[in-house]
Design a protein around this ligand. Structure first.
Ligand code: G3P
Ligand code: MG
Length: 233
C-alpha cells in the first residue's frame, strides 16, 4: 500500500510547505499530496483555502496578492511555496499528487506539468492531478487524455466508483469515513486505483490493506511506513 504524505509530513512540519515536503521525502514516502490555488489568476501556490491555518493573517488565500503571500511566515520560518518550487523540491524523489482546489484554469497547470517533465526530469506517471471538481478533471482529460487524474469524493455514491470510471480517472480518492469493501471492489473491477484520506491510525491502515486499498494519504508518513513496511508474520 502506497504511503502518500498529506500536505507533506504535516504532523511535524507546517502543512504544504517545502519543509513538510523535505521531511516526507526523508521518511521515505512514495508520494506527496499538495493543495493548489490560483492567485491573481495566474500564479499557482500551495496552501489550504484559509491563510490562518498556517500564518498569523486571517483571510482567504485567493484574496491576497502573490507578493503579499510571499511575505508571510507559514510556521517554522517557512514561506508559502509556488507549485514550481514544490516540483523542484520533489523532483526525482517521489511522485506528486497535485490537488486542484481553488483552480479554474487548467492550461497553466498543464503547461507546468510539461515544464516539470522537460526541465526537472519528472515522468508523467509521477504527476497525478486530483480534484473534487470533476468538471475540471473532465476538461483535463478532453485536452490531454494521457495524463493521470484522481477523482476525489467525500461520499460513498449509490453507483460506487462509476463517476471515476466515467471520468477515465487513474485513481479514486475517498474519505476514510465512507470507504467500504463493496466500494473498493467496484473500483478495482473498473480498473481504478483506490487511495484513502486521511489515515493516521494503524488499525485503519490494517483494515484498508485487507480490503485491497492501494494507497493512503497520511499526516504521519513515518508512522505509516514503520507499520506497513514491517514484515507480516
Ligand atoms: O487529496 C486528499 C485530501 O487532501 C483531500 O481533502 O481537504 O485534505 O485537501 P483535503
Ligand atoms: Mg488535499
Amino acid at each position: 500500500m502506497l504511503v502518500i504524505a498529506h500536505r507533506g509530513a504535516s504532523a511535524v512540519a507546517p502543512e504544504n510547505t517545502l519543509l513538510a515536503m523535505q521531511m516526507a521525502i526523508n521518511m521515505g514516502v512514495d508520494g506527496i499530496e499538495i493543495d493548489v490555488h490560483e492567485v491573481e489568476d495566474e500564479h499557482l501556490v500551495i496552501h489550504d483555502r484559509w491563510l490562518h491555518r498556517t500564518t498569523q493573517v486571517r483571510g482567504r488565500l485567493t484574496d491576497f496578492s502573490l507578493a503579499r503571500l510571499r511575505e508571510l511566515d507559514a510556521g517554522q520560518g517557512q514561506r508559502i511555496p509556488t507549485l514550481w518550487e514544490v516540483m523542484q523540491e520533489v523532483r526525482g524523489q517521489c511522485s506528486l499528487n497535485i490537488e486542484l482546489k481553488g483552480v479554474t484554469h487548467v492550461i497553466p497547470i498543464l503547461r507546468l506539468l510539461d515544464k516539470a517533465v522537460q526541465e526537472l526530469g519528472f515522468d508523467y506517471s509521477q504527476l497525478l492531478l486530483s480534484s473534487f471538481n470533476h468538471h475540471l478533471l473532465f476538461e483535463i482529460k478532453q485536452i490531454r487524455p494521457e495524463l493521470l487524474t484522481g477523482a476525489l469524493t467525500a461520499s460513498c455514491p449509490l453507483d460506487y466508483a462509476a463517476f471515476a470510471h466515467t471520468l477515465q480517472a487513474f485513481s479514486i480518492h475517498i474519505y476514510l469515513d465512507f470507504v467500504n469493501p463493496a466500494f473498493v471492489a467496484d473500483a478495482k473491477d473498473k480498473g481504478l486505483q483506490v487511495y484513502v484520506y486521511t489515515v493516521d491510525e494503524v488499525e485503519d491502515m490494517d483494515m484498508l490493506r485487507a480490503w485491497g486499498v492501494d494507497g493512503i494519504f497520511t499526516n504521519m508518513p513515518d508512522r505509516a511506513i514503520a507499520h506497513l513496511r514491517q514484515p507480516v508474520v
